[in-house]
Structure formats: structure tokens, C-alpha cells
Design a protein around this ligand. Structure first.
Ligand SMILES: Cc1cc2nc3c(=O)[nH]c(=O)nc-3n(C[C@H](O)[C@H](O)[C@H](O)COP(=O)(O)O)c2cc1C
Length: 182
């Protein structure tokens, strides 16, 4: 069995970091900013080329259509992943899974030599949908770790939760070897 090795917080911080996220009501943005404050790197908010409707019903209708068509959503700007080692990817749960713009970003990015660290928020009153875990599959080829899931109703805990998450990432020796080879 391949043993896990903890990555030092400072070592993680030293890596070239991109934080990409989509956020409609700012909860994901709060986590993204907390990661940025503690880790550094570049912060990037994903937006669709064609803006989402402000009306909630129309918004959910469009999201459902994008999901059922399995569309690749044209982004306003597609950040390049080439110059980064670690990519934090934040998505809200929308209609039982990750946001189509985030899925599209992952599906159209070169990630095979990257660490992809996903994060999201949950509502303690709702079950966490299975669909959220498809996010890791969209990052195919990347070294991914478990999704950091924070309680939407406890934003005051975000800084500590992010610190704890980023201080306790474990990698197999094989993963570390792969990262060092790329
Ligand atoms: C249109 C819409 C659909 C949502 N669908 C779900 C869902 O299926 N499951 C869930 O747990 N939360 C759902 N939520 C709650 C969001 O995950 C929550 O509002 C979260 O804070 C959104 O992140 P943001 O504030 O960064 O936009 C939904 C919210 C919206 C606006």
C-alpha cells in the first residue's frame, strides 16, 4: 500500500497557486478570499460569456438546461492553468451538483500535472448531493483531494477551516513523485 505523506503548509504556500471560483451570492467568494489571504496566488472569478439572469426562476431554468445538455459554457475569460501547480476550485451547489461554469472550466483545462483542490458550501438544513462529487471527475487526470465543504451558515469559521484544510493535505509518495517529475 502507498503511504500518505503530509504536505507542509509552507510548502503548499510556496507553490504557484490559482484560485478559481464561481459565486452568485458571495458565499463561495468568501472562502476563495480566505484561501487567497492565507495562501496567496491569483484569484479569479469565473463568469459565463452570456450573463446569468438575475431572476431566480430564469436562472435555475438555464442552469438545468445547461446541465441536461451537458453544455460546455463559454466563459467571459478562461484563465490559463499553465503557470500553476495548485488550483483551488470553488463552486456552489446548484440544482444538486457543481455549477456548469466550473464544470466547463475543469473540462476544458489542462490539469494532468496539477493538484486540484475543490471547495464548496453546504446548507446544514439540506443533504449534500451526490452530484457534487462529479466535480472531481471533471478534473480528470489531476491529483485531486476531498472537497472542502463549509457550512453556509458559519462564515466566521472559514479562516480557521481553510487553515486546517490546507495544513493537513496528504499525498501518496507516487503523487509527490509525479508532481516533482512534471
Ligand atoms: C438556484 C439555486 C439552486 C440551488 N440548489 C441547491 C441544491 O440543489 N442543493 C443545495 O444544497 N443547495 C442549493 N442551493 C444553495 C446554494 O448552494 C447556496 O445558496 C450557496 O450559498 C451558493 O453559493 P454562493 O453564495 O457562492 O452563490 C441553490 C441555490 C440557488 C440560488
Amino acid at each position: 500500500m502507498d503511504a500518505y505523506v503530509k504536505m507542509d503548509f509552507d510548502e503548499l504556500k510556496d507553490k504557484k497557486t490559482l484560485i478559481v471560483y464561481y459565486s452568485r451570492n458571495d458565499n463561495i467568494e468568501k472562502i476563495a478570499k480566505s484561501i487567497h489571504k492565507q495562501i496567496g496566488g491569483n484569484l479569479y472569478k469565473l463568469e459565463p460569456q452570456e450573463p446569468y439572469p438575475t431572476n431566480e426562476e430564469e436562472y435555475i431554468k438555464r442552469i438545468k438546461k445547461e446541465k441536461s445538455n451537458d453544455d460546455i459554457i463559454e466563459l467571459k475569460k478562461h484563465p490559463s492553468t499553465l503557470d500553476y501547480d495548485v488550483i483551488y476550485v470553488g463552486t456552489p451547489i446548484v440544482a444538486h451538483s457543481s455549477a456548469p461554469v466550473v464544470n466547463s472550466f475543469l473540462r476544458t483545462s489542462k490539469l494532468s500535472d496539477k493538484i486540484v483542490l475543490p471547495f464548496s458550501v453546504f446548507d446544514s438544513k439540506k443533504p449534500i448531493p451526490e452530484g457534487l462529487y462529479r466535480l472531481k471527475r471533471y478534473a480528470g487526470g489531476a491529483i485531486t483531494k476531498n472537497i472542502l465543504l463549509l457550512d453556509k451558515n458559519k462564515p466566521e469559521t472559514y479562516d480557521l477551516e481553510v487553515k486546517s484544510w490546507t495544513s493537513n493535505l496528504h499525498f501518496t509518495r507516487r503523487e509527490l513523485k509525479r508532481l516533482n517529475e512534471e
